[in-house]
Design a protein around this ligand. Structure first.
Ligand code: AMP
Ligand code: MG
Length: 535
């Protein structure tokens, strides 16, 4: 059955989270501990003048929703100014480890879930407004979000989806017509900034921290109820919940998390704040804050100024942090299993799946099929790339993309090899020092030799590489330009970026400049090179 597109204010919402878990009735939104409950019923706080800035047509089509006018009842819903009759909005309670320390109760301090919509394919999607006002979990903050960070979340979650990286989605970006005060640089200079609300979409927003809070507080009934909810609704293939099924479910969470982190590591994404409250139980990228994309390849790089002292969440730390976070989840699940040792295989599976997936994806990026080279030689080639890219300060995205283009000459024109390599290095490196280029040059010569052993024709290798190495990613300086435009009321650049990032593997030569290395002005500029958590 094909359903005609409807307006979100007319849509029918389902409320499984509210119906199946224990929640606190709507009360006041004073910040407080909420022991004994999985969520609090809340109502979004209306904003002054909601108007639509951006809309995800493809996601909307999946949800059977029509693009709304700039102002009107649908946009009122997407800003929290109006509720559809079937909605039972709530803020979820969760806890988490922040930068390695247990932080106790956190919860949806500014995110309010409206309920679930059934998509045209029968799947169900929770719709959540981020920046919709105070909840009992707002602690000392205001429940709001600024346009700058909302636009970054909107753009990046959709861009990640089109890159094939598991992620929460974003349906709309709505300006509130209100100002929000933020100390962007944490330097004692709070400034008013335009506010916004993003409608985020995912099968569920349950996090590792959602389980941790219950175990930490000895609420084992709530712990089991949440695990059962997640398994029945989101892992039905595992069967009816039981101690053995909890173990298999944990293994599946470990497996998905490993695949997720392997994606990040092969696309150059740095999440920036991998606290356990920012880890999705479905293995999705969740909570886009001070994230960034590697430009000069550097394992120790983080865009998050709040993490400059420790680099805990730097690019190269992400695989280890994934493991640490899963260990924290395992601890939270101990009350559900017969023997804590049963959770060990899940952690081993994480390590094995990560390594396997990462190397498989890297081989694809390099266009290496099951050629005649001994596997150990290939393995050394893969392992040595990391240090060579780091030394050369190679732009990660451009390196793999330009390498694909270089394949035909590297494979079939050995006499032009040196010229090709010099050209490639000049294109991708952020330094002109010959010493810095040397390790990558050496690596590339080995790679060219290996390529010549590939049985597949160069043109086909090039094509397969172009299909897995994106040309366009949401470089921070591009997001910064979209923000600057949007804050001045000009959505041209935002719209253009949205469009280009829908087909990141396509050449789109008319948009070449959006694949360029950051210009000089963006190298050190806050909001381009680095970001704070202040959002
Ligand atoms: P995050 O750093 O976005 O993962 O947020 C960590 C915690 O702080 C979560 O519980 C958020 O809900 C809460 N939080 C962050 N910003 C705000 C805000 N402006 N208002 C209320 N709560 C917030
Ligand atoms: Mg968070």
């Amino acid at each position: 059955m094909t359903l005609a597109s409807s307006s979100i204010d007319q849509a029918t919402f389902h409320n499984s989270f509210v119906e199946e878990l224990r929640g606190e009735p709507a009360g006041d939104n004073r910040p407080r501990q909420v022991p004994g409950y999985a969520y609090s019923r809340v109502t979004p706080t209306p904003v002054h003048d909601p108007h639509l800035l951006a809309w995800s047509d493809e996601l909307a089509a999946l949800l059977g929703l029509a693009r709304p006018a700039e102002r009107g009842p649908a946009v009122d819903v997407l800003a929290g100014n109006r509720l559809a009759p079937t909605m039972q909005p709530f803020a979820a309670r969760y806890g988490g480890h922040q930068f390695g320390s247990w932080a106790g109760q956190l919860g949806d301090g500014r995110a309010i879930s409206l309920g679930e919509l059934a998509a045209t394919d029968g799947t169900r999607w929770e719709i959540q407004l981020k920046g919709a006002g105070l909840t009992p979990y707002s602690r000392r903050a205001d429940g709001r979000a600024v346009l700058r960070s909302s636009l970054r979340e909107f753009l990046c979650s959709e861009a990640m989806h089109y890159l094939g990286v598991p992620t929460t989605r974003a349906l709309s970006l709505v300006a509130t017509g209100e100002q929000v005060v933020r100390d962007m640089f944490y330097n004692g200079n709070p400034q008013p900034e335009p506010g916004a609300v993003v409608a985020r979409v995912a099968p569920t927003f349950v996090r590792f921290g959602s389980f941790q809070i219950f175990t930490a507080n000895g609420e084992i009934d709530n712990l089991r109820a949440l695990a059962d909810y997640v398994i029945r609704r989101h892992y039905p293939e595992l069967g009816e919940p039981s101690p053995a099924v909890y173990v298999r479910w944990f293994e599946e969470v470990c497996r998905r998390t490993a695949v997720l982190v392997a994606h990040w590591m092969t696309v150059g994404f740095v999440h920036g704040v991998l606290n356990t409250d920012n880890m999705s139980i479905l293995g999705l990228t969740i909570d886009y804050g001070p994230y960034g994309w590697l430009e000069p390849y550097e394992p120790d790089w983080t865009p998050n100024t709040t993490d400059f002292a420790t680099h805990r969440y730097a690019f190269g730390q992400q695989p280890r942090v994934g493991m640490w976070n899963l260990m924290m989840l395992a601890q939270a699940l101990i009350p559900l299993v017969a023997d804590v040792q049963e959770l060990r295989p899940g952690l081993d599976l994480y390590a094995a799946t990560y390594s396997k997936t990462y190397h498989m994806r890297l081989r694809q990026k390099l266009g290496l099929t099951a050629g005649p080279a001994p596997r150990e030689d290939d393995q050394a080639l893969l392992t040595d790339l990391d240090a060579a890219l780091t030394a050369a300060q190679a732009d990660m995205t451009r390196f793999f993309r330009q390498l694909a283009h270089a394949v035909p000459s590297l494979k079939d024109a050995a006499d032009r090899e040196e010229a090709t390599l010099q050209e490639l290095l000049a294109d991708v490196s952020y330094t002109t020092e010959a010493d810095a280029h040397e390790p990558l040059l050496t690596w590339l010569r080995r790679y060219a030799q290996r390529l010549r052993q590939e049985p597949t024709p160069a043109g086909i290798i090039r094509q397969t590489m172009l299909a897995v190495n994106p040309k366009y990613v949401l470089r921070n300086y591009l997001a910064a330009q979209a923000i600057e435009g949007a804050e001045a009321g000009d959505l041209t650049f935002l719209n253009r970026l949205m469009q280009v990032l829908k087909t990141p593997f396509a050449e789109q030569p008319e948009h070449d400049e959006l694949a360029a290395k950051p210009p000089e002005w963006a190298r050190e500029k806050p909001g381009c090179a680095t970001l704070s958590c202040s959002s």
